[in-house]
Design a protein around this ligand. Structure first.
Ligand code: NOJ
Length: 557
């Protein structure tokens, strides 16, 4: 399948997403125009030239909806409005227009598993009694035991503690419990309720009508639930760790695809059809159902993000995911970093098998992080990823080679994981520290004043200003690789050239585009060809350890 080459064609090509590079913006930490310490819509708008200069195809905006920020905006008060601290609907409309004018598509985050506890319908549900229509939009149950003071099941929240919270009824008596797979401020919707389904279809149309090109679907595998009694006797797989088979009460149930079939009809009302990508933490073999053309069309593949810097793991993941993508007719996706995980420049600088949650609790001192090695491998992994067929999702700041900020003081932590685990896990704030744009100045150019999470001193040296125009910088490296990818990308084919074993991975894409990655400790030879870009320079004509290179190799006459 080919990708539109010219920009004009790219604008209307219904397949634009298949091999797109999508850049994730975490709005509260990207750029702050009004100086309140929180990034905002005008801040993003002021950086459009920068975004275009990267050579990406689309931006994905993490939630910017009204929210108390109990979970960084994934606790949504109103799906069809904008957090006044971030801007207004009119400003988002302008942003979408300006991004389109710059040739960039726009993907927004949709959070359908749960709302926030400040959502109008949840407040109505609290005010209405048990058994009411309003309660039936969420998942309320009576508690166990004579006083109903034990939760309806032993299900646990992803952020720690019970997945149930007891409410006080309007009468003032202790009352029913509601389900929340995440924080207690994030009550789960009841997707068996047609009113909930209809309301989300309206939200999809609301944003599609405003020109949004696609949706990133949060926790896409948890919407359909089997809530038949007794709940307690039916344990549930912890997402991602136990094999899922379509019958788990909470995750990856087969019926969830009925919901996305309805969504697809809405996407197809538009020209070009709106796209979607599922955040579904399911095994590779079950991913294609989310990615089918009758469903969301694409699903995140987090396998590389979870892999060590290891050639066998990379090869298997690439082979399996390309095969899986073939099954659904979708293209594969690739991700190394996002707002939920330790940044990949840090992961690769830690010994394989490091427990990152524990490492963060040690404030990043033990085991020691080797930042030189980490960044070297991160660049090599990125260049390898960008050479793969399918679409690549980048996370803001990775183009600057940012490391995790492991030593944020307890007093500033915002992630609900911190409190819900009884302060035993720090959570994800270390990858969400506001971006450095300038070498110095208040908040390193993030805004005219401070930043909502403190930035470390070393951020200045990683700033856009420090790297812009500097040949050897990570920023220049990303720009060069992305510009070349645009030129080189044609058919979604990949051929291994490396015999399948060893420390060096070598594959070719159509048109003589070769990628060679050296995972080993010794320099490796590269095929004869034109050097296009390297994650580090060749040394005496050899590929140094922890380096990836792209070459153009002419077929033998
Ligand atoms: C996945 C999002 O990426 C994460 O940030 C959020 O905490 C959970 N879903 C809950 O919405």
């Amino acid at each position: 399948m080919s990708r539109g080459v010219g920009r004009q064609m790219h604008q209307t090509d219904p397949n634009w997403w298949r091999q797109a590079v999508v850049y994730q913006i975490y709005p509260r930490s990207f750029a702050d125009a009004d100086g309140d310490g929180l990034g905002d819509i005008r801040g993003i708008r002021s950086k459009i030239a920068y975004l275009a200069s990267l050579g990406i195809d689309a931006v994905w905006l993490s939630p910017f909806y009204p929210s108390a920020l109990a979970d960084g905006g994934y606790d949504v008060d109103d799906y069809r409005d904008v957090d006044p601290r971030l801007g207004s609907l009119a400003e988002v409309d302008e942003l979408i227009r300006a991004l389109h004018d710059a040739g960039l598509k726009v993907i927004v985050d949709i959070v359908p598993n749960h709302s926030s506890n400040r959502h109008r319908w949840f407040r109505e549900a609290l005010a209405a009694g048990p058994g009411s229509t309003a309660r039936n939009r969420y998942i309320f149950r009576d508690g166990l035991g004579p006083d109903g003071n034990r939760p309806p099941s032993d299900w646990v929240s992803h952020f720690g503690g019970s997945a149930w919270t007891r409410i006080t009824e309007p009468s003032g008596e202790p009352g029913q419990w509601y389900l929340h797979l995440f924080a207690r401020e994030q009550p789960d919707w009841n997707w068996d309720n047609p009113e909930v389904r209809e309301d989300f279809l309206s939200t999809l149309r609301f944003w599609s009508d405003r020109g949004v090109d696609g949706f990133r679907v949060d926790v896409a595998h948890a919407l359909a639930k089997d809530m038949s009694e007794p709940l307690r006797s039916r344990p549930t797989a912890a997402s991602g760790t136990t094999p899922l088979d379509g019958k788990d009460p909470l995750y990856d149930r087969d019926e969830v695809h009925g919901i996305y079939a309805e969504w697809r009809k809405v996407f197809n009302e538009y020209d070009p059809p709106r796209t979607a990508v599922a955040e579904a933490w399911v095994p590779a073999a079950r991913r294609h159902a989310y990615a089918s053309p009758e469903g969301l069309g694409q699903a995140f593949n987090f396998d590389l993000l979870r892999a060590d810097w290891d050639p066998d793991q990379f090869r298997t993941i690439i082979t399996d995911n390309l095969a899986q993508a073939g099954t659904s007719g979708a293209s594969s996706t690739w991700v190394l970093s996002n707002h939920d995980v330790v940044r990949h420049a840090t992961r690769y600088g830690l010994p394989p098998g490091t427990d990152y949650a524990r490492w963060l609790m040690g404030e990043g001192r033990e085991p020691a992080e080797d930042q030189v090695l980490g960044l070297r491998r991160a660049r090599a992994a990125t260049l390898l990823m960008l050479a793969l067929p399918g679409s690549a999702y980048l996370y803001q700041g990775e183009e600057l080679g940012l490391f995790e900020v492991p030593d944020l003081p307890a007093a500033v932590l915002q992630d609900p994981i911190w409190e819900r685990t009884g302060r035993r896990r720090k959570g994800r704030d270390g990858c969400r520290v506001p971006l450095p744009w300038t070498v110095d100045g208040p908040s390193f150019g993030f805004g005219p004043d401070g930043a909502h999470l403190p930035q470390p001193d070393w951020f200045g040296a990683c700033s856009v200003e420090a790297q812009d125009g500097n040949e050897g910088s990570t920023l220049s490296f990303y720009r060069r690789a992305l510009a070349l990818r645009r030129e080189l990308q044609t058919y979604e084919e990949l051929r291994w050239c490396d015999g399948g074993t060893g420390q060096v991975l070598h594959f070719a894409r159509p048109g003589g585009w070769h990628t060679v990655a050296n995972f080993g400790a010794r320099p490796a030879p590269v095929p004869d060809g034109e050097f296009l870009v390297g994650s580090a320079p060749l040394h005496d004509g050899l590929l140094p350890p922890d380096t990836t290179v792209w070459l153009r190799v002419r077929p033998r006459a």
